[in-house]
Design a binder for this molecule. Structure first.
Ligand SMILES: *[C@@H]1O[C@H](CO)[C@@H](O)[C@H](O)[C@H]1NC(C)=O
Ligand SMILES: *[C@@H]1O[C@H](CO)[C@@H](O)[C@H](O)[C@H]1NC(C)=O
Ligand SMILES: *[C@@H]1O[C@H](CO)[C@@H](O)[C@H](O)[C@H]1NC(C)=O
Length: 709
């Protein structure tokens, strides 16, 4: 996205209009300070407070002077966003897009939109999915429901897996537990094969597409994934190996863009080969209760099913399953709110959340949308009190995340040149609130800032204390995850573009994930009855944004990055046998650590100089650029082996969804691929990937140092 300058007014016209405009502005200003629901006479001018203090004061009704408290505004926005289901690419998606646009505009932000036409996937409207149980001779035993019990009026898209191909199977069923690699191996040990069968898994086996792919590899004819008892039916995409529109890998899916055909290798390998569908626990139970064959392997606890199964199959009865997919180019829309930076308009602080939902989306993702809008509201008040950020702030409302992070990925791919040279950071919020407890993921240069900020935000669940206070006391203490997952919109920013990123949420393992239960009433009754957790997330994200946008010297800490790399290397060394040597990585980390310590000192010196006389703005700008570009050095143009789109050699998802490593993905891939190789070959492959990581860290060290020699 370009940041166009305001159009030049026609000079003759403007000489007439300007005085009039000025009068109008004065009138509006006077009027708005008297009657605005946002900025009351009680709001202190910025000369008497700091932007951060003003931002925080806007959570309560008192400071808003008549405006509703933040938690009430958030609750109202969330209700409006979740009145109806709003699946990406459908007509129902228009209302929340318009709502977000109007809220950003009302806050006083400049708004923009960007549309794409990616390939999306829906269940066919013409032919419903059909599911039945047949006796071994093919006669009908029972018709089974493919619907979601918690959606009796069928207001939602019926349960399906996006990008599951059309197909049919009438075959014996096999129970595969959660469908993990270890589950299939356990079946093999007791002599049960899934070839030609309908595999029935229960949810929780990690990446959904991975479960289907593992069954397909073993020759299964189809896969059904059961929800939790009492829960709903979990919709979701089963696209493989990457994110973004499958037809435009590496470039934006604009309407007139080049598109690969379905037969292109790159496209084909992203689609699952066999049909699959999510089903209700009760539907799966009707099949599982009739299974013969050997009893389940002892290590499979069946309590999650709510009953004991006698055998895992196959058969003797048959499952008859047909599914019809409707795959088509659909229109999606990203919505942006922009605050142009005053001194460094060409440096971007980007905050994003997706808007599209499988169902009502009260948790996933619109708790995050309501948070984003509250941040916009508060920034609007700051703007009216005279604040202008040093750097440009871009609030992003992404579309089609649920189909594979498509809205954000297409935008990053389209704007890669600008983002590479100008994006400082990407802050993501997806399911902002799904229960109690603060969780964070970030690239390590943001750790210190993140911790600082949580010390300034009130704990939403306690009368006193801060988010930090509670976070520190949880099991395992402060634990910041590294973002090696590709399951939210930070993926393209970090894994593809190498932009420092962070992600936040309250609560974990929401039971209504992607089901009819993800509704406003769940949030109101269970998730966050007073909407205080929402407020906490808004304040954490808002304060982070203010620091990143306004601090003269970027608050990036590479000393903690170096320490984290050292920990990664140590963890890796316990996984590797004597063969490959980690020496290249250790010595690169040493170099990086040295550069980080030097940068720390230089930053402190700059901060001192700023108060003195011989201060150079250019020096500071150059120093900030070094801080900003370090993360880019971890990218490698040709990407990971066999997965070129993933270019970040420290944090990208490993190919094997069950890898024990959540860092150094190239090494993780080499370890899992080399399992069947000779010792020498195995060592060679792993050592090469070790060298690649070492070189990336070395590049980062020299970028941070900022000198060629
Ligand atoms: C098929 O099997 C069912 C029970 O499994 C039995 O009731 C039915 O008579 C059988 N039909 C034929 C045509 O053999
Ligand atoms: C399986 O179901 C489909 C769709 O309802 C039906 O057309 C087909 O005849 C069934 N197959 C068997 C073997 O009953
Ligand atoms: C907002 O919080 C206050 C207490 O701080 C509570 O009384 C009120 O019900 C909350 N509003 C909503 C909409 O939950």
């Amino acid at each position: 996205m370009a940041l166009p300058l305001p159009p030049k007014p026609n000079s003759r016209l403007s000489s007439l209009l300007l005085p009039l405009l000025a009068l109008l502005c004065l009138f509006l200003l006077y009027h708005s300070t008297r009657h605005s629901p946002f900025l009351s006479r009680n709001t202190p001018p910025l000369s008497q407070t700091t932007p951060a203090a003003l931002f925080l004061s806007l959570s309560s009704a008192a400071a808003g002077g008549g405006a509703a408290a933040a938690n009430a505004t958030i609750a109202g926005d969330l209700r409006a966003l979740t009145l109806r289901p709003h699946l990406a690419g459908t007509p129902a998606a228009a209302a929340p897009a318009a709502f977000v646009l109007s809220r950003l505009r009302a806050a006083g932000l400049r708004t923009l939109t960007r549309e794409y036409s990616p390939l999306l996937s829906y269940p066919s409207a013409a032919a419903a999915a059909e599911l039945s149980l047949l006796s071994p001779n093919g006669s009908l035993l029972a018709a089974l429901s493919a619907a979601e019990p918690a959606d009796p009026a069928a207001r939602l898209v019926r349960p399906y897996h996006a990008y599951a191909p059309s197909g049919a199977a009438a075959a014996p069923a096999v129970y595969v537990n959660r469908g993990r690699e270890e589950d299939f191996r356990a079946l093999e040990r007791i002599g049960v094969r899934v070839e030609g069968c309908v595999a029935i898994a229960r949810r929780g086996g990690g990446n959904r597409g991975g479960v289907v792919a593992r069954a397909a590899e073993r020759g299964a004819a189809a896969v059904l994934i059961a929800g939790d008892p009492g829960g709903g039916v979990e919709r979701g995409a089963v696209l493989l190996g990457g994110v973004g529109d499958p037809l435009t890998p590496g470039w934006g899916a604009a309407a007139a863009a080049e598109r690969l055909g379905p037969e292109a290798d790159e496209v084909r390998r992203r689609f699952p080969r066999i049909p699959s569908m999510p089903v209700a626990a009760a539907t799966a139970a009707e099949i599982l209760r009739t299974l013969g064959g050997p009893p389940p392997p002892p290590e499979w606890a069946t309590e999650g099913l709510g009953f004991d199964i006698a055998g895992v199959g196959p058969g003797p009865n048959l499952v008859n399953f047909t599914y019809q997919e409707d795959r088509k180019l659909a229109i999606i829309q990203n919505v942006f709110g922009l605050i142009r930076g005053r001194e460094e308009p060409d440096r971007y602080i980007i905050i994003g959340n997706h808007r599209d939902a499988w169902t009502y989306g009260a948790v996933d993702p619109n708790s995050g949308t309501a948070v984003l809008l509250d941040i916009a509201r508060r920034f609007g008040i700051l703007l009216r009190s005279g604040w202008r950020p040093r750097r440009t702030i871009i609030l992003c409302s992404w579309d089609a995340e649920e189909f594979g992070m498509i809205g954000s990925t297409e935008w990053v791919e389209e704007n890669l040149g600008n983002l590479h040279s100008k994006a400082v950071v990407y802050l993501n919020v997806d399911c902002a609130v799904q229960g109690p407890g603060f969780f964070a993921g970030a690239t390590p240069q943001l750790d210190k800032l993140l911790i600082d900020v949580t010390k300034k935000v009130k704990d939403p669940d306690l009368g006193d204390g801060t988010v930090y206070h509670t976070w520190e006391r949880t099991d395992g203490g402060i634990n910041i995850e590294r973002l090696a997952r590709a399951d939210s919109d930070f993926s393209a920013f970090l894994h593809y573009a190498g932009i420092p990123s962070a992600d936040f949420y309250y609560g974990k393992e929401f039971p209504g994930y992607h089901t009819a239960l993800d509704s406003y009433s769940w949030m109101e009754n269970q998730g966050d009855p007073m909407f205080h957790r929402h407020v906490a997330v808004a304040e954490i994200l808002g304060l982070l944004t203010l620091r990143l946008a306004d601090d003269p010297v970027l608050p990036f800490d590479y000393v903690s990055y170096a320490a984290q790399l050292q920990e990664h290397a140590n963890a890796l060394s316990t996984l590797l046998d004597d063969g490959p040597s980690l020496e290249p990585i250790y010595s690169a980390i040493q170099e990086f650590s040295h550069a980080a310590n030097e940068a720390l000192k230089e930053g402190e010196k700059l901060q001192l100089q700023e108060k003195g006389e011989n201060f150079s703005i250019l020096w500071r700008r150059a120093f900030n650029d070094r801080l900003m570009l370090v993360e880019r050095s971890f990218l490698e143009a040709e990407g990971l082996k066999g997965r070129w789109w993933f270019k970040h050699l420290l944090y990208s998802p490993p190919e094997d969804y069950e890898s024990q490593l959540s860092f150094f993905p190239g090494i993780a891939d080499a370890i899992s691929r080399a399992a069947n190789q000779s010792d020498m070959e195995r060592q060679r492959i792993i050592q090469h990937e070790i060298w690649r990581v070492a070189r990336a860290i070395q590049r980062a060290a020299s970028a941070l140092k900022g000198e060629l020699f």
